[in-house]
Write a protein that binds this ligand. Structure first.
Ligand code: UFG
Length: 327
């Protein structure tokens, strides 16, 4: 297939490009390199441009006959989205709309969208099914939800069909350690734990120990990035076979507490790094676990790396390499 991958130079996007390239697809990556890296691209041709640039988008989609678009490019920091909502609505919604509009105009009829569990907000019932009301509690989640709604409405009146994948907690790296997370300012638990183990940070904070969970810390559903990539491949096949527009949770349906993640990070690294128990971080739901039965049933998706130890081990191998090569 001929594919356009936005944000293909980023963390998850670069894993997608790797897999698509290995499978022989023809890939164009569209990335403004605001957080992505040219060196993360193992395949494909890179167009360095912003999704705000409608003229570049128009020319690209007019000239190339893409079979599908996979749209990763977005900002992802929840806290930043609270401080600068315009930035999030502009990029994650308005720029996404530019892309969707260009697809409709130029006859690209298959669209895969990176959505998030943040669209659910603070759901009470676990695991979370796709059908519950969307009640995001921060601009990041709202901006992603708005793009989902735009896709839904646009698909109703055009030939566009889409799959929105709601990611839970994505972690881990390429098992061959060619690529991985390259954020200088990480905010994610596993990355921060490993960087603390490497001595790059003084200690790891545990944000809140008084949640109504078995050990008092928050519970999340961690999914290895390569299983998430498999979900995209399955979605692509589904749309190629004429599947109707649909939304799928991407998680294993299994939760780990912050303490369990910290313990596993200590075990994998063999380093008893310093940990501090601090107050809650604003906006953290106590638990977020996917009901992944829909994607398993409809797309036949089955995870291959459904083990916290494997996820952390692959992230650890990458973090060590990143430090050694100063990436
Ligand atoms: N945590 C800590 N210490 C840290 C970092 C995180 O205790 O230094 C805790 C958080 O409070 C949370 C858990 O670890 O309970 C996981 O936090 P992450 O920041 O790794 O991930 P989130 O669950 O906050 O975020 C993920 C995705 C977001 C998405 C969100 C939906 O990364 O894109 O789920 O809630 F919006």
């Amino acid at each position: 297939m001929k594919l356009l991958v936005t944000g293909g130079a980023g963390y998850i996007g670069s894993h997608m490009v790797r897999t698509l390239g290995e499978k022989g697809h023809d890939i164009v990556v569209y990335d403004n390199l605001s957080s992505g890296h040219r060196e993360s691209l193992l395949y494909g041709r890179l167009v360095v441009a912003d999704l705000a640039d409608r003229e570049t988008l128009r020319i690209l989609l007019q000239e190339e006959n893409f079979d599908a678009v996979i749209h990763f490019a977005a900002f992802i920091a929840v806290e930043e989205s609270v401080k600068d909502p315009v930035k999030y609505y502009r990029n994650n919604f308005s720029n996404a709309l530019n892309l969707i509009e260009a697809c409709v105009r130029h006859g690209v009829d298959k669209f895969i969208f990176s959505s998030t569990a943040a669209v659910y907000g603070m759901p009470e019932k676990m695991p979370v099914t796709e059908g519950i009301p969307l009640l995001p509690i921060n601009p990041y989640g709202s901006s992603k939800m708005m793009t989902e709604l735009a896709l839904r409405d646009i698909a109703q009146v055009t030939g566009l069909r889409y799959v929105a994948l709601r990611y839970f907690n994505v972690a881990g790296a390429d098992p061959q350690t060619r690529i991985g997370q390259r954020y200088k300012e990480a905010t994610h638990l596993i990355t921060l734990a490993l960087r603390t183990a490497l001595g790059l940070r003084e200690s790891l904070n545990i944000f809140g120990t008084d949640y109504a969970t078995p050990d008092g810390t928050c519970i999340r559903d961690y999914i290895h990035v390569d299983d998430l990539i498999d979900a995209h491949l399955a979605a692509l096949g589904y749309l190629a076979e004429g599947g109707r527009s649909q939304v799928f949770n991407c998680g294993y349906g299994k939760g780990y507490s912050v303490r369990e993640v910290v313990d596993m990070a200590k075990r994998v690294t063999g380093i008893d790094f310093p940990v501090k128990e601090t107050g809650r971080r604003a906006g953290d739901p106590p638990a977020l676990i996917a009901d992944s039965s829909r994607i398993r049933k409809d797309l036949g998706w089955q995870p291959s790396h459904d083990e916290l130890e494997f996820i952390i081990q692959s992230a650890w191998d990458w973090e060590k390499k990143r430090l050694a090569l100063n990436l």
